[in-house]
Design a protein around this ligand. Structure first.
Ligand code: PHE
Length: 444
């Protein structure tokens, strides 16, 4: 019963058997929280943008979320069997068209356009995922990149040009741990066919300084917000470290982690962009770096927002707390939670359809095609933002029949009011029926 066509931002798209975008996710494409004045996501974007000034960096904040599989995956060197391409992870409109899973989908086009040596893209991105207070099927990313062109730097000396630009960047006084060599032959290789070690190291040095400045900015803003609330607030000195990472479209690659609330928190992914992207974008003489950062998690930390669903709330008790901040970032304060309404936990236990009984029914949730994200989405579709989290609390395989059973615990809790018992029971019944109808499971 999927629609034959759908509309996103005034454009019409034909669906096919790949279509898997639920109505609530489709509706989110109109919200553009990163552009909504005084919204915490938008404020966070502005703070990050302030560390990447124009005209070197050009900002792109209105790219359409509908992109091709080529843009989202192939142009970035994702292999054909990469798990990110699965329908269990990604929202498809049709076989060749999807809701972008990351802002990197626009990388190749911007390299090709050569409008500016650097850019920032902020946008909504879409991923099928679990349900809890830090995951939502729609979130926001900022992507940034900086390139240099061998053909246009003085004397063709790209290393000198990069270090000159690096010398012009501000400095900071944070001690950053960076224990690994700039590249590693197996884990984090230099693109030796295209870059000298000196070139890659120059790009890395510029990348790291630029991104460290951004992170220092975030955490000094977070501290200022905390002090505003509690003048005696003292925090530990900021600890930041670079760790090796892997992305199909950068090498070497790094993540930047920050020590926060007793744990190392991954803040961003980055690296030296693969030369194939520049070559395929028609600019083989370009080399550069790129990074991607999730805005929602950063906003949660800046404002101390406890639940990612709050970003989607239209409740004045939420929105009014940020009034005026877009025009004066210095007035940023921590969020003061309004009363927390009671949680209501309900379990649902079901048998997956056994593999042998599945008999070609594509909807059958047998042990092979069962994916937890499907459960998450069915629940979210029915219960919307009144579901706070969903956890697998038990699973076992029957020793004789080989059938698999799962038990999920759903926490129903509205951010805006107390749910009545009757209301929660009705929701839970509807969730149960939808699991049967959509996944073909058998309730125990
Ligand atoms: N697109 C990556 C992600 O979503 C982040 C990234 C961007 C990594 C650019 C490297 C360079 O995880």
């Amino acid at each position: 019963s999927s629609p034959a066509t759908i509309h996103v931002n005034g454009k019409t798209y034909k669906t096919d058997s790949w279509f898997n975008v639920p109505a609530n996710v489709l509706a989110a494409t109109t919200r553009k929280l990163h552009l909504q004045k005084d919204h915490p996501i938008s404020i966070t974007r502005q703070i990050l943008e302030s560390k990447f000034p124009g005209p070197t960096y050009k900002y792109h904040n209105d790219f359409d979320p509908v992109v091709s599989t080529v843009e989202n995956f192939d142009s970035l060197g994702f292999p054909p069997d990469h798990p990110g391409r699965n329908r269990s992870d990604t929202y498809y409109i049709n076989k060749d068209t999807l809701l972008r899973t990351h802002t990197s989908a626009h990388e190749a086009a911007l390299f090709r356009a050569r409008e500016s040596p650097g850019y920032l893209i902020s946008a909504d991105v879409y991923r099928r995922d679990e349900v809890d207070r830090s995951h939502y099927p729609v979130f926001h990313q900022m992507e940034g990149a900086r390139v240099w062109d061998r053909a246009s730097v003085p004397n063709g000396d790209i290393v000198a040009a990069i270090y000159e630009d690096l010398a012009r960047l501000p400095t900071h006084d944070i001690v950053v741990e960076d224990p690994n060599p700039p590249h590693h032959p197996e884990r984090n290789p230099l693109q030796a066919k295209h870059h000298t070690a000196a070139e890659a190291e120059a790009v890395a040095a510029h990348l790291k300084q630029s991104l460290e400045l951004m992170v220092v900015e975030i955490f000094s803003r977070a501290k200022a917000a905390a002090v505003k609330q509690d003048p005696n607030f003292v925090d530990e000195p900021l600890r930041v470290r670079w760790v090796e990472a892997y992305f199909p479209f950068t090498s070497p690659s790094w993540e930047l982690e920050v020590y926060y609330a007793g744990d190392w928190l991954e803040v961003l992914g980055s690296g030296v962009t693969t030369q194939e992207i520049h070559i395929n974008s028609g600019v083989p003489s370009q080399i550069g770096w790129a990074f991607g950062i999730g805005l929602d998690r950063i906003a949660m930390l800046l404002f101390q927002i406890p639940d990612i669903r709050l970003f989607w709330s239209q409740d004045e008790r939420f929105l009014s707390q940020f009034a005026g901040v877009s025009d004066n970032l210095g007035t940023l304060k921590r969020f003061i939670p309004f009363s927390k309404y009671p949680a209501c936990y309900k379990d649902v236990s079901f048998w997956l359809r056994s593999t042998s009984a599945a008999g070609g029914n594509s909807k059958a949730a047998n042990a092979h095609d069962f994916h937890e994200n499907d459960v998450m989405e069915v629940i979210r579709n029915v219960a919307g933002d009144t579901v706070e989290d969903v956890k697998l609390v038990d699973d076992f395989t029957h020793p004789k029949t080989g059938r698999k059973s799962m038990c999920y615990r759903i926490n129903y809790r509205s951010l805006e009011r107390t749910l009545t018992n009757a209301e929660t029971n009705t929701l839970h019944d509807q969730v149960t029926q939808a699991l049967v109808g959509k996944l073909g499971v058998e309730i125990r």
